[in-house]
Design a protein around this ligand. Structure first.
Ligand SMILES: *Cc1c(COP(=O)(O)O)cnc(C)c1O
Length: 436
């Protein structure tokens, strides 16, 4: 057959689009996505890579699973809160709540009276209930926004006194000192990188002081000749104390004894605590503000608060995270190494039976994402050939592990046990694709 014949036989777009499966896909995914898949299949047929009558099948096969380009990933990195993988994964309870909140909702309406009500009252009540030491709470877009709001309301044009040991870069080039300066507050740095004393703070206080800021160095540790001033001592200075605890633990976590929590920090006398919702709390991206009623009310009333307002999906997920079953983050953190080893062993046995070189081995996971630096959680992994890494990353579902000394390790701490089968299937598929 000549090129011209093939071109003539490639079915026209309007004809292909009458295929029932593509009609259905247009409802789910939108016309543009379906037409792009059809165009790609037609192009392959024109190049002779595909029989013309196979165009509809090929278009169906190439359709994405869902609208939107963000793809689910099985986190086999061993990093519980991986920033590049979206930090905390939501619980099924939170997902349900998000789905219910996605349509029209009563987020700002009291259905009993028909009157306007406080936005997100359920999430706020759940947060206040979880931390009785907080007189009032407020929620904004993320941890950085919480700090931005506090600095704007309490210290614009004035000084924020902070230790040189706590001027943190969060990641991706973002530095807390730059964020704070952007509000018009001035930083008054005290002490040194490794040692700051109560006297350093006391000597810096004056009429210009807006507040003292205590930042948890959540992604590094300073070891050796060090000293820092605890919240309880700073709280006795006669100025407001804002504590950025970072990770969002609301109460002490026995597994992470050095990680600060909101309840303890407030009980020690902090005026205001700021934290992230999607770190150790295991919820949606959000910034939590907890503390004295007068201060929280001033934050809530400031014009900037409107620009940092969270949407109903966040409020729904946050409330369900606070009131529902343990989050995937909590489950990953608490997973015992014995159970992880058993799962790794079972997976390795199944994979070898399918002809894939695999072995169970001990590994080490970390909290990551700005929490509990230096803490190593003993874990277990399946060791595979590093050649499978790319195929697993680009498969469905995508699987991300980590390559160590020439081998690919799939650490099971952050893989839900219910996903072990999907992980097995993904590895077998990647191995088959690799040998094909
Ligand atoms: C993570 C972190 C932040 C930033 O929080 P986001 O929710 O990422 O905006 C600020 N301060 C500390 C100490 C952190 O660990």
């Amino acid at each position: 057959m000549s090129d011209v014949d093939v071109r003539r036989r490639v079915p026209r777009t309007d004809v292909v689009l009458t295929d029932a499966r593509l009609v259905d896909a247009t409802q789910r995914l939108g016309r543009a996505t379906v037409k792009a898949a059809v165009a790609a299949a037609q192009e392959r047929a024109r190049r002779g890579e595909l029989a013309p009558e196979r165009v509809p099948d090929a278009a169906v096969a190439a359709l994405p699973e869902r609208a939107g380009s963000i793809r689910p990933v099985i986190n086999a990195t061993g990093v519980v809160l991986h920033t590049n993988l979206g930090r905390a994964a939501l619980s099924d309870a939170a997902l349900d709540a998000v789905r219910a909140a996605a349509g029209h909702t009563d987020v700002e309406l009291d259905l009993a009276t028909g009157r306007r009500s406080r936005r997100g009252r359920g999430a706020l009540a759940a947060l206040a209930g979880a931390v009785p030491a907080a007189e009032a709470v407020h929620v904004v877009n993320n941890g950085a926004a919480a700090l931005l709001l506090a600095a704007t309301v309490l210290a614009t044009g004035r000084e924020i006194v902070v230790s040189r040991g706590e001027l943190v870069e969060i990641g991706d080039g973002f530095r807390l000192p730059d964020l704070i300066r952007s509000t018009g507050a001035r930083l008054r740095e005290v002490g040194t990188t490794n040692r700051t004393t109560l006297r350093d703070y006391a000597e810096a206080l004056g009429p210009e002081t807006g507040f003292v800021l205590k930042v948890h160095p959540s992604n590094f540790v300073v070891q050796g000749f060090t000293s820092a001033v605890p919240v309880a001592a700073l709280a006795r200075l006669d100025v407001p104390l804002v504590a950025d605890i970072g990770s969002g633990l609301l109460a002490p976590e026995p597994l992470l004894p050095d990680e600060p929590d909101a309840a303890t920090t407030l009980a020690a006398g902090a005026t205001l605590v700021t934290a992230s919702g999607d770190k150790l709390l295991g919820g949606p991206q959000a910034g939590l503000l907890l503390g004295r009623a007068g201060v929280v009310e001033a934050l809530r009333r400031h014009p900037l608060a409107r620009a940092l307002r969270v949407d109903k999906l966040t409020l729904a997920a946050l409330e369900a995270t606070l009131t529902g079953p343990p989050s995937p983050t909590a489950l990953a953190l608490r997973a015992g190494v014995t159970g992880l080893r058993e799962r790794a062993e079972r997976l390795a046995v199944r994979l070898r039976a399918a002809g894939v070189a695999a072995a169970a081995r001990d590994s080490a996971s970390v909290v990551g994402g700005g929490g509990a630096p230096g803490v190593v959680l003993p874990s277990a992994a399946v060791r595979l050939s590093a050649e499978l890494a790319a195929g697993l990353r680009t498969g469905t579902p995508a699987v991300v592990g980590h390559v160590e000394r020439g081998a690919l390790l799939l650490d099971l701490r952050c893989v839900r046990p219910a996903d072990d089968d999907a992980l097995y299937t993904a590895v077998v598929a990647a191995a088959e694709a690799g040998s094909a």
